[in-house]
Design a protein. Structure first.
Length: 352
């Protein structure tokens, strides 16, 4: 393991910013640290970088205990949440900064900075100051500056936060490509799950200073292990009285359930395929979502959301529909149970 955190605790006065945090990262991976605002993501990055000291616990980098090694000696590149470029320095000097601190000779600095300017697509902008750059360009300068001293670990705190949606999407794939080209182990923080899913090899989910789950995006999506992970990842919709739905029984210790759009199949009553496992509901809202409609459906007082294909026969508010729920994630106090519709299962076997 390249980076290992073991039982890290960190308090700010009475506030627990890190609560027994443990995880490990393999060399060469791009890791997404994903969680809501205030869940402790920046605190974790700062402790790895040596900018913050844990109250207890150990941090290992490349097999070495780094607790007592100062930030400047850890060989880590850091891209800050707000870029933190030096306002009065040119792009070139910003990127050269770490190399000058290391007292590299000027010929080496020139070559290295030019190499990074090429890598990050900043050619022609060398002499500009930060205020003469777009958000995306600033982000690239911050990235190049962090990479310049050839760190062996790169930490990026919300690298896309200040950038508008379209450029952000382009930058995401650019960052993923560039990091894999450079081959550097990286951890980036985000509170945007689409970003984490698209960019990261593995995701670490944080909540209230704790780690909720670690896994590949698809593992976490398919098998969330905690109620928080089930509700936070994907488009999820939580319902309370799930046992009123045809095909599901009340399970001891599980008080509510999460639905994903793909767990629900909506059809017009005359097109109903599995009447035995379905039930009738009334459409309360129809919203256009670009690639599908989203329906809000009321089934005997239980409301749920579902997709409805654009090319199907039109559906309107007040229409009766047939709803088949194929699967649910039941939420316990601290665990999740994936259950299938038992009537649908039987029926499927019967038809086969
Ligand atoms: N130096 C500090 N002094 C006091 N409290 C702090 C300090 N740094 C962080 N905190 C608190 O610790 C908690 C976690 O903060 P942190 O910055 O790690 O969250 P985050 O997940 O990065 O949030 P965001 O997505 O908003 O950046 C917050 O409640 C914050 O107010
Ligand atoms: Mg933060």
């Amino acid at each position: 393991m390249y980076v290992e955190l073991k039982s890290i605790n960190k308090n700010f006065s009475n506030f627990k910013a890190s609560d027994n945090v443990s995880f490990s990262i393999k060399k060469g991976q791009l890791i997404g640290l994903l969680g809501p605002s205030g869940s402790g993501k920046t605190t974790i990055l700062r402790m790895i970088a040596g900018l913050e000291v844990p109250d207890s616990g150990d941090i290992y980098i490349n097999g070495k205990l780094v607790n007592n090694i100062p930030a400047s000696k850890r060989g880590i590149g850091f891209v800050f949440q707000s870029y933190a470029l030096f306002r009065y320095m040119s792009v070139f000097d910003n990127i050269a900064f770490g190399l000058k601190v290391q007292k590299k000779d000027s010929l080496y600095i020139k070559d290295r900075v030019n190499e990074l300017i090429k890598l990050t697509g900043l050619s022609g902008l060398e002499k500009r100051r930060p205020h003469q750059l777009s958000g995306g360009q600033k982000q690239r300068v911050a990235f190049a500056r962090a990479l310049a001293p050839s760190p062996h670990l790169l930490l990026l705190d919300e690298p896309f936060a200040a950038i508008d949606a379209k450029v952000r999407k382009e930058l995401r794939s650019w960052l993923k490509e560039t990091i894999s080209k450079v081959g550097i182990t990286s951890i980036f923080v985000t509170h945007d799950q689409d970003e984490a899913v698209e960019v990261a090899d593995e995701i670490i989910i944080t909540n209230k200073g704790r780690i909720e789950q670690v896994g590949t995006p698809s593992e976490i999506y398919k098998n969330p292990l905690t109620p928080f992970a089930a509700e936070f990842i994907g488009e999820s919709f939580t319902i309370d009285d799930y046992w009123k739905i045809n095909g599901f029984d009340k399970a001891e210790g599980f008080k509510s359930a999460v639905l994903r759009p793909e767990f629900v199949h909506v059809s017009l009553p005359e097109q109903e395929v599995y009447p035995h496992a379905s039930q009738r509901g009334v459409v309360e809202e129809v919203s256009f979502r670009g690639n599908a409609f989203e329906l809000l459906i009321n089934i005997n007082g239980t409301r749920l959301a579902s997709r409805y294909p654009l090319d199907n026969k039109a559906i309107n508010k007040g229409d009766e529909v047939s709803v088949l729920i194929k699967r649910l994630f039941l939420l316990g106090d601290n665990n999740v149970l994936k259950v299938e519709n038992n009537l649908f299962k039987d029926q499927a076997i019967f038809f086969i």
